[in-house]
Design a protein around this ligand. Structure first.
Ligand code: SAH
Length: 222
């Protein structure tokens, strides 16, 4: 039987990722492999390999495939890393990370999203992922330090616990800036301190928490 989704993924890599400069072969292979459609509602299956973010409920979105590839490539994963992820959301980025590192520690503040992501990740057999519900801006102290940290929601500034919980030589990728527009920042922790690099403009939903934006809606507090 022809796997139309697999063909759509190949096409996505060839038209959206390679021409825009994604080079890491392991990242491209992971995007070719992970069935993105399973991380969205069935009503969106037909759009799952398009060039855009999609709604996943709770006013949150699954990131644009290109953005997932850019952020993942920026983490420079080789395979043996322990990675912290903030904003599990649909779990798609989590699955990509799980393909490329040793273990993923993922934190999501909205329990219904965390539960749904967990189910899909289990169904696909990702045993190297731990999902926790909570405020990721505090990091995950018991499991720190991490080789790499990825934040998939926009922060007003870089949460201090995250740089503290990064290993020397580690990379942190985070959208930081205003409520509606941010810059994608890569932080490298060196012996001499923190180096920051601007990887370009981006637009993410808000990172809400103690070291993020403050809660603006009733009902999502924990
Ligand atoms: N990587 C996800 C992106 C989801 S959108 C995907 O592609 O599906 C960003 C997610 O960050 C949302 O699910 C939101 O609830 C979550 N989030 C926001 N603030 C958070 C925080 N402080 N800790 C953990 N998750 C947070």
């Amino acid at each position: 039987m022809i796997d139309h989704y697999k063909i759509a993924r190949q096409r996505m890599v060839e038209t959206q990722l390679i021409p825009r400069g994604i080079k890491d072969k392991r990242v491209l292979d992971a995007v070719r492999k992970v069935p993105r459609h399973l991380f969205v509602d069935e009503a969106f299956y037909g759009q799952a390999y398009g060039d855009s973010p999609l709604p996943i409920g709770e006013e949150q979105t699954i990131s644009q495939p290109f953005m997932v590839a850019v952020m993942t490539e920026a983490l420079e994963l080789k395979g043996d890393e322990r990675v912290l992820e903030l904003g599990t959301g649909s779990g798609y980025q989590t699955a990509i990370l799980a393909e490329l590192c040793h273990k993923v520690f993922s934190i999501e503040r909205i329990s219904s999203l965390a539960g749904r992501a967990r189910k899909v990740l289990d169904k696909l057999g990702y045993g190297n992922v731990v999902v926790r519900i909570g405020d990721g801006t505090l990091g995950w102290k018991e499991e720190a330090p991490f080789d790499a940290i990825i934040v998939t929601a926009g922060a007003p500034e870089i949460p201090q616990p995250l740089t503290e919980q990064l290993k020397i030589g580690g990379r942190l990728v985070i959208p930081a800036g205003g409520e509606f527009m941010q810059s994608l920042i890569r932080v490298r922790k060196t012996e001499n301190g923190i180096e920051k690099e601007d990887l370009g403009g981006c637009r993410f939903v808000k990172l809400i928490g103690e070291h993020g934006w403050k809660v603006e809606k009733e009902g999502y507090e924990y």
